[in-house]
Every structure is written in structure tokens, then in C-alpha cells.
Design a protein around this ligand. Structure first.
Ligand SMILES: NC(=O)C1=CN([C@@H]2O[C@H](COP(=O)(O)OP(=O)(O)OC[C@H]3O[C@@H](n4cnc5c(N)ncnc54)[C@H](OP(=O)(O)O)[C@@H]3O)[C@@H](O)[C@H]2O)C=CC1
Ligand SMILES: C[C@H](O)[C@@H]1OC(=O)[C@H](O)[C@@H]1O
Length: 259
């Protein structure tokens, strides 16, 4: 029977998600479990990680391990991954962990710079490097997905350093896709507009701010977490095997805003 429907399931794959316990990362993590992936989940809270592991293992027949660490402590994370790479070799990496300090450019400090840069970019590159080295050693195909932002392609009022990190993730995506395509590693990014998470909670409590968002968004609403999980499953699955170096804006149309 002629068929062109690719597989969206992730059975037999192992996915590492940073920032897996809250917000967008949590939605992606649970969606990956629903798609059958084994999981390596990373955030700083041992309690949150343990609770999420228990929830997922109660609901889905997948293996879950966790690494409680700041993503800025790369060697701590990779040393723990080394101990599990025989049993849980990583096939899919989601560089999701990120943060923002919303200072105007005239006021931003070096301390804020360092915190945002290190959290949003350092682990994205060095965890991608770690996973790619392991995939190359195994001769295995892999998927690397970085969570950028519409702020990586258009100007937002939410901080210049954050915007720099999100633009950098898109350029990192393109460069790594160029170098690692020959190893069968797809490297893509997702650029969300606003989604309801702890990161945006305070902003989204402001009715005028939400109205400003709606006024700039053709779909006239903020996103739902399942609407970011979908593109993340797509980019992790065989359905996107011929896509690499791309930044998918998941934004209700915001970045094409016309007049
Ligand atoms: N929500 C939105 O509207 C948008 C979000 N994004 C991006 O999506 C990603 C996720 O954001 P969102 O879900 O909203 O954020 P949340 O603040 O809700 O979640 C962030 C997650 O990252 C983890 N995290 C933060 N800093 C570190 C760190 N140093 N080390 C390890 N884990 C860390 C947190 O866990 P813990 O604190 O327990 O360690 C948490 O699990 C970010 O990269 C963000 O820039 C992009 C565009 C829009
Ligand atoms: C859409 C942006 O990324 C949004 O801006 C912010 O300040 C939040 O940090 C969100 O990430």
C-alpha cells in the first residue's frame, strides 16, 4: 500500500531535555513520554525532578533518569551522562533551559549579562557537542533542538542580552547543522512567542501587556503549551528527517506581522 505518512513516535529513542520540570520544557518532556521516548531530565531541583520522574513512570512505559544540576555546570552534567551512556545513549537533545532579566540596555549590568549568557547559551553548545560526539562514536543519527524565541529574529521590549542569546541559538543551529549533517544529526530551533509559564507569569498578569501581545499576533492570542510540544515532537521524529538548520517560529503569526 502506498504510504507517505512518516512516524511521529519516539519509541526506542532517548531524549535529554534541560529545564524539564517546568513550563515549555515540562510540556515537551511529557509529550516525548507520550510518544514513547526514554528520558533524561535536567533542572536544578532534585525534588521537582523526582516528582516528574514518578509522574511520568506512573503514566507511561518509558525509562526516566534525572540530573539535578545547573546547566552552567557542564562538567557535572556530562560526568553523570558518562555513567549512563551505555544504558541511556542520547538520541535527542532539547536545549530548553533559559532565563531572562528584563533590563533596559542603558541599565544592564555585567552580572546580568553573565547570568543570562551562561544559562541560555553555554549548555546549549556544550551539551550539543557532548551528544554529537557520542552519536558520531555510535554511528547513530540524532536530533538537536534548541528553544530560541521570536526575540531571536525580531526586536522585543524584554531585554537586549536575552535577545542576543536567542539570536545566537539560531546561528548556532545553522552552524552545527552545517558541520554535523554528514553524521546524520539534524539541528533545528524553535522560536516561541508568548506561552503561559513561570518565566512569563508576571508579564501575562498585566492586561495591557497581554492586549499588546494580541494586537501584534494574527491568531490574536498567546500560545497553549501543547502547541509548542507539537513542533518539538515533530522535530524529534522521523517526520523532520530532511529538515536541518531551521528555526521554526511558533508564534501565532507574530513574526510575519503585516499592516
Ligand atoms: N514562555 C515563553 O513565553 C517563552 C519561553 N521561551 C524560552 O523557552 C525556554 C523555557 O522557558 P519557560 O518554560 O517559559 O521557563 P520556566 O522558567 O517556566 O522554566 C525554565 C526551566 O528551566 C530550568 N532552569 C532555569 N535555569 C536553569 C539552570 N541554570 N540550570 C538548570 N535548569 C534551569 C528551570 O528549572 P529549575 O529552576 O528548577 O532549575 C525550569 O525547569 C527558555 O529558553 C525561554 O527563553 C522563549 C520564548 C517564549
Ligand atoms: C517571547 C519572549 O521570549 C518572552 O520575553 C520574555 O521576557 C520572556 O522571557 C519570554 O521568553
Amino acid at each position: 500500500m502506498e504510504s507517505y505518512l512518516p512516524s511521529f513516535d519516539l519509541k526506542g529513542k532517548t531524549a535529554l531535555i534541560t529545564g524539564a520540570t517546568k513550563g515549555i520544557g515540562r510540556a515537551i518532556t511529557i509529550a516525548y513520554a507520550e510518544a514513547g521516548a526514554n528520558l533524561v531530565i535536567v533542572s536544578r531541583s532534585e525534588e521537582d525532578l523526582s516528582n516528574l520522574k514518578t509522574q511520568i513512570q506512573n503514566d507511561y512505559q518509558v525509562k526516566v533518569v534525572y540530573v539535578a544540576s545547573s546547566v552552567t555546570d557542564i562538567s557535572n552534567i556530562t560526568s553523570k551522562l558518562d555513567m549512563m551512556k551505555e544504558t541511556m545513549p542520547i538520541d535527542i537533545l532539547v536545549n530548553n533551559a533559559g532565563m531572562n532579566i528584563r533590563s533596559e540596555a542603558l541599565n544592564v549590568t555585567e552580572e546580568e549579562w553573565s547570568q543570562i549568557i551562561d544559562t541560555n547559551m553555554k549548555s546549549a553548545l556544550f551539551l550539543s557537542q557532548y551528544v554529537a560526539r557520542n552519536l558520531k562514536e555510535r554511528g547513530a543519527k540524532g536530533k538537536i533542538i534548541s528553544i530560541s524565541s521570536v526575540g531571536g529574529v525580531t526586536a522585543l521590549r524584554t531585554g537586549v542580552v536575552y535577545a542576543m542569546t536567542k539570536a545566537a541559538l539560531i546561528q548556532m543551529t545553522k552552524t552545527l547543522s552545517l558541520e554535523w549533517g554528514k553524521y546524520g544529526i539534524n539541528v533545528n530551533a524553535i522560536g516561541p512567542w508568548y506561552f503561559p509559564t513561570a518565566l512569563t507569569e508576571e508579564l501575562l498578569k498585566n492586561e495591557q501587556y497581554v492586549q499588546d501581545i494580541v494586537d501584534r499576533t494574527p491568531l490574536e492570542r498567546i500560545g497553549k503549551l501543547e502547541e509548542i510540544a507539537g513542533p518539538a515532537v515533530f522535530l524529534a521524529s522521523d517526520a523532520s528527517n530532511y529538515m536541518t538548520g531551521q528555526a521554526l517560529m511558533v508564534d501565532g503569526g507574530m513574526t510575519i506581522y503585516g499592516f
